[in-house]
Design a protein around this ligand. Structure first.
Ligand code: ADP
Ligand code: MG
Length: 630
């Protein structure tokens, strides 16, 4: 016998487990999705490792996931989830399941503990992926038996068990007394709580797997089921020859994505018919039924896929409970001979961290597959630019070798081409919404309005398309595009008028003295109060050849001046002469504050205004700079 190593959970884990157990009762279903997703990750890791280290495939022939419910008359019910993935060494069992490795989890904890709303916490689970700990939603005790894949670093793996109960602050890791029963991979046994026994029902499990997991796993997921069947009773042996206590796990090729595979291994007599003349009896037939027999969604014909299927695939893959705003499913060709299929999703919100993170584009939500095998979600220097980095994409390339490395991908230009195709398709999708669906476009503005501005600044190549998507409030309308503004411009108007003051409300901007005369004369003025508005306009400079004009700066031209410019100049000179003593006095008094004091025809009701130099900083940027200096 080998000693059981006992460990205390890290305090974070203890807290997390407590939250999971206490406050997420209404989201209990997630446990299965999380465990299947871990099994899938483990299989993907194995398949990827096997490309360079064949020996990891030894130990178990097939790559699959099985789910089995075990009812018991005298003991508690159990659910057993097994995968033939990469497995875990005893150290990994301790490290991966006993500590919180993920950086996001601490944030989750703070949020969850300050939140009394359990449905909100449920969404957090989706965002952070509580993963393994969700087992304790339904289980009093969890056993994880695992044996790591054989490798040069681990030539003789030994199956170990991680064991933990829901109400314990410690866990144990020890060699599996049953020996190496798995060959390779991980078997998770959930000893169900008394109030979770309905999860043993086949229909519940089927439903949960169909809903959450049938799209997300590229490996077969088999569910153990039992059904009643009436069979001829002419051979006495039927029952005894086919019956067995345990049903062997499926031994089928993992590649068979298309065909439903049903294995009937055993039958147990349930009840012998008394009427001998009928010569039939009812038996219980045990089967492994493949749950995800259908080909992965992105390989299917878009016409055959329902919205619900698209949405279910989205939420299962990116762990987002909110439905996506839109998606686009297409076949592409990189131009360098690589054809691919892809689905682009537009989420209904941005991650909270989006604006906090730096501007270097990163994209962890682009899943690159080759012939259905997950290759990477990190495109390195070919990542999408910041403005597009939130998009969720699955790409499956047909004509690349499976063992393609990142370096190869980069050198054959595929990634660069892929990147620009995705951006083009994303822009098409956004533009289509703008043209076809007002309500959805409003929602897009709400979530991505600032993203479009950022894109127009950042992505010079797509600047015009992104600027076209931008909407701004004006003195006349709530939401105006640059094109709409130009359509509405007055005869002779040669500038696009705007007032920018970061953080000010539209109402306050509209009250500005700079705006009043223009408004009174019927000109539309953009009211730029969003942080990125001013940078946007300074980068664009003009739209369809019409320059932007800050109405708080010198250089304003009305275009409808009724007076002769010469006459106006003469009037200006005359007034300047007349008011010289006042102007001189004002200049002297305000010498530290302003460059000059002049007579103006810009104002209607206000007596004076401070105007920025045409080439100087605007008040707004000066404010930002002085804030930085302090
Ligand atoms: P995440 O999946 O987000 O990393 P989890 O809590 O779901 O977080 O899992 C924690 C870690 O435990 C995983 O990252 C993985 O290393 C390990 N793990 C969990 N389940 C399995 C499994 N079935 N096979 C191999 N490793 C696993
Ligand atoms: Mg996980």
């Amino acid at each position: 016998s080998t000693p059981k190593q006992k460990y205390d959970y890290q305090s974070d884990v203890a807290r997390l487990r407590k939250i999971v157990i206490n406050s997420l009762y209404s989201h209990r279903d997630v446990f299965l999705r999380e465990l299947i997703s871990n099994a899938n990750d483990a299989l993907e890791k194995l398949r990827l490792t096997a490309l360079t280290e064949r020996e990891v495939l030894e130990g178990a022939e097939n790559l699959n996931i099985t789910v089995k419910a075990v009812k018991s008359e005298d003991g508690p019910g159990r659910i057993i989830i097994t995968d033939t993935g990469i497995g875990m060494t005893p150290e990994e069992l301790t490290q991966n399941l006993g500590t919180l490795a993920k950086s996001g989890t601490t944030e989750f904890l703070q949020k969850a503990e300050s939140s009394t709303d359990t449905s909100g916490t449920g969404n957090l689970i989706g965002a952070f992926g509580l993963g393994f700990y969700s087992s304790f939603l339904v289980a009093d005790h969890v056993y994880v038996a695992s044996i790591a894949a054989k490798s040069s670093r681990n030539p003789e793996p030994v199956q170990h068990i991680f064991s933990s109960s829901a109400d314990d602050s410690s866990f144990e890791v020890y060699p599996d007394p049953r020996g190496n029963t798995l060959g390779r991979g991980t078997e998770i046994t959930l000893v169900l709580k008394d109030d979770a026994l309905d999860y043993l029902e086949t229909f519940r499990l089927t439903d949960m797997i169909n809903k959450h997991s049938s799209f997300s796993s590229s490996f077969p997921v088999y569910l153990f089921t039992q059904r009643l069947e009436t069979v001829p009773d002419d051979e006495e042996e039927t029952a005894t020859t086919t019956a067995s206590e345990e049903v062997a796990t499926p031994s089928i090729q993992s590649e068979s994505d298309e065909d439903e595979v049903v294995i009937e291994e055993a039958a147990e007599p349930l009840q012998e018919k008394t009427e001998k003349n009928l010569k039939t009896k009812t038996v219980t037939v045990d089967e492994w039924v493949q749950m995800n027999a259908q080909a992965p969604i992105w390989t299917r014909d878009p016409k055959s896929i329902t919205d619900e299927e698209y949405e279910a695939f989205y939420s299962a893959t990116w762990k987002d409970h909110d439905k996506p705003l839109a998606w686009h499913h297409f076949t592409g060709d990189s131009g360098s001979g690589v054809s691919f299929r892809a689905i682009i999703y537009i989420p209904s919100r941005l991650d909270e961290s989006y604006w906090r993170e730096g501007l270097e584009g990163s994209n962890k939500d682009l899943r690159l597959m080759v012939k259905r095998t997950f290759i990477t979600n990190s495109l390195g220097e070919d990542a999408l630019p910041k403005w597009a980095s939130w998009v969720k994409v699955v790409v499956d390339a047909e004509d690349l070798p499976l063992n393609v490395s990142r370096e190869t991908l980069q050198s054959n230009k595929f990634l660069k081409q892929l990147k620009s195709i995705i951006i083009r398709r994303l822009l098409q999708t956004l533009t289509r919404i703008q043209e076809e669906d007002n309500e959805k476009f409003e929602k897009l503005q709400e979530v991505y309005g600032n993203v479009f501005r950022l894109g127009a600044v950042e992505d010079v190549k797509n600047r015009d398309k992104l600027a076209t998507l931008c909407r701004f409030p004006t003195t006349q309308r709530n939401s105006t595009s640059l094109d709409e503004y130009l359509e509405n411009k007055k005869q002779g108007q040669k500038q696009i008028f705007y007032l920018a003051d970061m953080g000010k409300s539209e109402a306050d901007l509209a009250k500005s003295v700079f705006v009043e005369k223009l408004h009174a004369r019927g000109y539309e003025v953009f009211l730029f109060g969003q942080p990125l508005d001013e940078v946007f306009v300074q980068n664009l400079r003009r739209w369809k050849k019409v320059p932007f004009q800050d109405v708080a700066k010198a250089g304003l031209k009305f275009g409808d001046e009724e007076t002769d410019p010469e006459e106006e100049k003469a009037l200006q000179r005359q007034l300047t002469e007349e008011y010289k003593p006042l102007l001189d006095w004002l200049r002297k008094e305000s010498t530290d504050i302003v460059r000059d004091v002049i007579i103006s025809n810009r104002l209607v009701t206000s007596s004076c205004a401070i105007v920025a130099d045409a080439h100087g900083y605007t008040a707004n940027i000066e404010k930002m700079m002085s804030a930085n200096n302090n």
